[in-house]
Design a protein around this ligand. Structure first.
Ligand SMILES: [Fe+2]
Length: 246
């Protein structure tokens, strides 16, 4: 096991000066998602590059083996059982590797806990950072997930709306930290504004922080590797999900 210091257990310890200004409430990103017209924000240049790279190396080494395939292809019935011309219907399709850090008896949770990942993604400063950008208080008890997009991995259009979970039905916050290794050419988040998929943000940048005021329509384009780098190209996402405080 690597020394624990490789994964800071406080999110703040990953931040550089620009990132810490968000925690201090003095950065322009503060309140960015308080605007009801804004659903998504990507923040660059806030995470220490060397720490991001060490964290990515630790994930690759320590977490790869405990991830599972998430593979939901487009159902063939979506074409062959259509009865009316152009009456398209597309459920969520996705392909990547992931671990939902929910089941405390599972190997992924145990490994993530040993490494400090669970603590990092539920740390006081991670919540405070989310609150600063969102402009409102969050429930301290969040959910955590780890994803790894390899070459060609993507997620199709979806909303992340959960109307059956009462407290999340009116919205919640997803907070992603991207960690990107060598060999990745690009990956984008495309999202809808005013009913059209007009918005697009690059996400294949190590240390990029993306915050989503869900639900809204979005998709992640297939990760593209640089030539001959398909095997090793990967983007890791550390994800915290937070309900709004009452
Ligand atoms: Fe999503």
């Amino acid at each position: 096991m690597p020394p624990k210091s490789q994964i800071p257990i406080e999110f703040e310890d990953l931040l550089n000066r620009a990132g810490k200004r968000v925690l201090a409430g003095t950065a322009s990103a503060c309140g960015a998602l308080a605007d009801p017209r804004r659903r998504f924000v990507a923040l660059r240049g806030m995470v220490d590059k060397a720490k991001a790279e060490r964290l990515r190396g630790t994930l690759e080494r320590e977490m790869s083996a405990v991830l599972s395939d998430l593979n939901q292809p487009i159902p063939p019935e979506s074409i062959w059982e259509m009865e009316r011309n152009y009456d398209d219907w597309l459920p969520k399709s996705v392909r990547c590797r992931t671990a939902y850090l929910e089941n405390r008896r599972g190997a992924a949770w145990r490994r993530a806990k040993e490494l400090g990942l669970v603590d990092l993604l539920s740390s006081q400063s991670m919540i405070a950072f989310g609150e600063a950008v969102l402009g409102r208080k969050l429930d301290r008890k969040g959910g955590q997930q780890v994803l790894r997009y390899g070459h060609g991995d993507y997620s199709g259009p979806h909303t992340d709306h959960t109307p059956e979970i009462k407290r999340a039905a009116k919205g919640y916050l997803d907070f992603h930290l991207s960690l990107v290794g060598p060999g990745v050419a690009h990956q984008y988040l495309v999202y809808a504004k005013s009913g059209h998929f007009t918005e697009m943000a690059p996400v294949a940048e190590s240390g990029c922080l993306t915050l989503y005021r869900l639900p809204f329509w979005h998709y992640t384009t297939p990760l593209q590797a640089k030539p001959k780098q398909e095997q090793k190209a990967a983007r890791w996402v550390l994800l915290g999900t937070f309900l709004y405080a009452d």
